[in-house]
Design a protein around this ligand. Structure first.
Ligand code: UDP
Ligand code: MG
Length: 313
């Protein structure tokens, strides 16, 4: 008998949790019919500070199935990354899956994923979504982002890979061994290495409820990725600094020579002002970049917990 932990972060997911549970139960029936091994699910719902009745739904489900359904409830909204990490820390299973509750990470895929890990060739199975049910501008931005981050970061991240993955104990322990406070899980999964198999599936719409990712949140998320996994922006700042110094040195020599030959002419007020403005802009931009990294260091050195658990069953 093997236990498969299912870590399911939930933020205002009152309508979806029960649908998720019923669907996944059916998948486990099928899984056990198709294999010689018996698999038992360990549901681990993480309530990420929802403001609706999500926690009540979890409590009810736990009361109905006290052996297989467990939950953690945060004292406020800490974000999906923190929910995932709390789940990973508390999961007991031989295999551990992380998946969304809205069925956009179809539980049916477990039927393919579990045999892949059983073959012992891989430590992790990830899922790549082939079509995204999103407007094309968003997917254009997304592919630009992945091209950029893959140039900048030491680890390679695949586009359209969902957070949905099934991992062995060994893999989970490796992920947990990274002590950082700022957790960008896509990067962390790529960073730990091991053989990972990717399976493809066609994207589906949410089972119910609404997405909680606004455009601004996605933008923030991309910035996190860059700052957490790359120091290229800092190097870019240094590089541009050197180039600008060189250019101004050449300009200075030019101006001095011109003054010596033609005498002093006070002209070019407009060009001086534009150069000044441009340079102040560049300086502010790089100060901002530096600030981002310093902010991260600040948060890391505080050693604050990633989340606070208010209730655990
Ligand atoms: N989620 C979370 N905390 C948050 C935002 C989202 O735990 O602050 C969960 C959410 O309940 C869902 C998963 O993360 O299970 C993915 O969120 P969503 O479906 O809104 O994102 P999308 O699928 O649109 O990328
Ligand atoms: Mg979703």
């Amino acid at each position: 008998m093997k236990t498969i932990s299912l870590i399911v972060p939930c933020y205002n997911e009152e309508p979806t949790i029960n649908i998720f549970y019923d669907t996944t139960e059916k998948v486990f029936e099928k899984l056990n019919n198709q294999s010689t091994e018996t698999y038992v699910p360990e549901y681990l719902f993480v309530n990420d500070g929802s403001s609706d009745k999500t926690l009540d739904v979890m409590r009810n489900l736990h009361n109905q199935h006290p052996d297989t359904v467990h939950y953690l409830s945060f004292s406020r909204n800490f974000g999906k990354e923190s929910a995932l990490s709390a789940g990973l820390k508390n999961a007991q299973g031989d295999y551990v899956a992380v998946m969304d509750v809205d069925l956009q990470d179809p539980p049916e895929l477990l039927l393919q994923m579990v045999p892949i890990l059983e073959s012992k060739e891989y430590e992790c199975v990830g899922c790549v979504q082939t079509t995204r049910d999103e407007k094309s501008f968003k997917s254009f931005l997304s592919s630009t982002f992945y091209k950029m981050i893959n140039k900048m970061a030491e680890v390679k991240m695949k586009q359209n890979v969902r957070d949905y993955r099934l991992m062995t104990r060994k893999y989970v322990d490796a992920v947990l061994s990274l002590p950082e406070y700022n957790r960008f899980s896509k990067g962390i999964f790529a960073w730990v290495g091991f053989e990972t198999k990717y399976i493809e599936f066609e994207g589906v719409a949410r089972s119910a409820g609404e997405t909680s990712w606004s455009f601004y949140k996605l933008f923030q998320y991309s910035l996190e990725a860059v700052v957490d996994f790359s120091d290229v922006p800092l190097k870019m700042a240094t590089f541009s600094g050197v180039i600008v110094c060189l250019i101004s040195l050449i300009a200075l020599i030019f101006v001095v020579i011109r003054a010596l030959i033609y005498g002093n002419a006070v002209s070019g007020w407009a060009s001086i002002v534009s150069i000044l403005l441009f340079m102040s802009g560049v300086q502010l931009l790089f100060l901002g970049i530096l600030g981002n990294y310093i902010g991260k260091i600040y948060l890391e050195t505080k050693h604050r917990p990633e989340y606070i658990i208010e209730e655990k069953k």
